[in-house]
Write a protein of this length. Structure first.
Length: 480
């Protein structure tokens, strides 16, 4: 009887649930997100969040700020069996009438009936979503296209390299998938990293074992804790994986061989990202952002060495992104701040303050940067040629922490002052994926010196519309 009562009290969160030692446990699906229980964010002496931003908090340190608005009550999006395009799917999609060309805001909301959304990847016309249900769903034109199930470990990260999809899991393994040539909708697992033969071969020699915990050793080619992040280098020949086991591993994409394991940090690794010129960046719950560089070698050996630390602070580094052109590195932190550095010289450029809680994910496209937070909001930032940033929009609509983002240019040209609109995908622990259209704002010589305007709020709960009519003359238009 006591056990029954304790179970009931755990479910209503009066008594904290004891964490399972088995990282493959299926109980993850029953957990509601609690920032204090997330080891990569707040369950650490470094991770105490800052108090909410005051009206005097600065975006650039000069008195301007990006407002984070109070969220209104959530009304579930209407849905009926007659209008659902996904009648037989565990997902449901709410789509209004086709938006106008100059529409900026929420396009579609995909609501998950089970499983928190932990990972996203967008390429060409396909969207990949990973969740705590261990399924990977594939979407095309906002409709369910295909999917596959890993059967082990919730999906923490997704990376697409050509026709191969790499998925990083809670069980510490990386799985590789490929679409069938006969039927593109059928995906098959072609490899698990590390593979059984490699593990067996390495396990025969003591030199291949390394201490991972007190009185516990493991083979160096294998992650023994959850994979938190993955990234491909610029020519897609190397895959980097960061883990809660505090190591970063380097994999060769051609044969899936583990080339190197780096004991990178003193606490869990939350993010890794590959930059230009052989640079790799790793962010950790120990409050550091470290730079690693690949040695120049004409042989087959791959070796990375520690270059420098860009950040040492009391707050966890929770997310990283490098702009597609490789010019700027951004780091989101558990205090809600985004730091950025000029890539080539690794000079600190400043901070962006737009969130009240941890910045859990970042994405970049052109001169635009997107930050998703545990405060349930998404800030859309834009930089100019001088490296100055301003907040264009605050996207509000999720009812849980925003855990992952992906962005791509819209295929068609929108009415966006001559610039290309962006399609932003956001996944949340509220079990939904939202798809937004956002527009860069054009700058000319006359308005570059003006103070940044207040950001526009786009409320995804009420489907707020922002119509863009300030199209510049052709000679002043600039592609982003």
């Amino acid at each position: 009887m006591k056990n029954v009562m304790r179970r009931i009290m755990q479910l209503i969160r009066i008594i904290p649930r004891k964490s399972s030692k088995n990282i493959d446990s299926d109980d993850e699906d029953d957990h509601f997100y609690d920032a204090q229980q997330e080891p990569s964010v707040n369950n650490h002496r470094y991770h105490q969040p800052l108090p909410p931003l005051s009206d005097t908090d600065s975006l650039f340190g000069d008195g301007s700020r990006c407002n984070s608005y109070q969220q209104s009550s959530y009304d579930r999006l209407p849905m009926s069996a007659q209008t659902s395009p996904l009648l037989n799917s565990p997902w449901s999609s709410y789509v209004e009438v086709a938006p106008t060309e100059n529409y900026v805001g929420l396009l579609t909301s995909l609501v998950r009936e089970e499983g928190h959304i932990y990972s996203l990847a967008a390429t060409a016309d396909l969207l990949y979503t990973g969740s705590s249900s261990k399924n990977i769903r594939i979407w095309k034109h906002h409709m369910e296209y295909s999917g596959f199930k890993s059967h082990s470990g919730l999906v923490k990260a997704i990376v697409v390299a050509g026709d191969r999809i790499f998925t990083g899991h809670q069980d510490g393994k990386i799985r590789v998938w490929r679409a069938s040539r006969k039927d593109p909708k059928v995906y098959k697992k072609i490899a698990t990293l590390p593979d059984f033969q490699s593990v067996l071969k390495k396990s025969l020699k003591l030199k291949n074992y390394t201490e991972v915990r007190r009185k516990h050793s493991a083979i160096w080619i294998k992650h023994f804790d959850a994979i938190s992040s993955m990234s491909l280098n610029d020519d897609h020949t190397l895959l980097y994986s960061g883990s809660w086991d505090k190591t970063m591993k380097v994999w060769r994409v051609s044969d899936f061989k583990c080339l190197e394991s780096i004991s990178a940090h003193d606490d869990v690794i939350n993010a890794v990202v590959a930059g230009a010129h052989g640079y790799v960046f790793s962010g950790s719950a120990d409050g550091t952002l470290k730079v690693w560089r690949k040695e120049s070698s004409h042989g087959k050996r791959t070796k990375h060495y520690f270059s420098q630390s860009l950040l040492k602070q009391e707050f966890a580094v929770t997310s990283l992104v490098v702009t597609p052109a490789g010019k700027v590195v951004y780091a989101g932190c558990s205090d809600g701040v985004v730091h950025y550095w000029e890539h080539e010289k690794l000079i600190h450029g400043g901070v962006l303050r737009g969130h009240k809680l941890a910045v859990l994910c970042l994405a970049a496209s052109g001169y635009m940067v997107f930050s998703g937070s545990a405060d349930k909001n998404i800030c859309v930032w834009q930089s100019d040629d001088r490296g100055r940033h301003r907040c264009l929009y605050v996207l509000n609509g999720h009812t849980g922490p925003v855990k992952c983002l992906a962005v791509e240019k819209e295929a068609r040209e929108g009415e966006c002052g001559g610039a290309s609109t962006r399609i932003l995908y956001s996944g949340s622990l509220d079990k939904s994926v939202k798809i937004w259209r956002v527009c860069p704002q054009m700058l000319n010589a006359d308005n570059q010196h003006l103070p940044p305007p207040s950001p526009q709020r786009i409320d995804g709960l009420r489907r707020s519309r922002v119509e863009i009519h300030n199209k510049l003359p052709p000679h002043q238009q600039k592609k982003q």
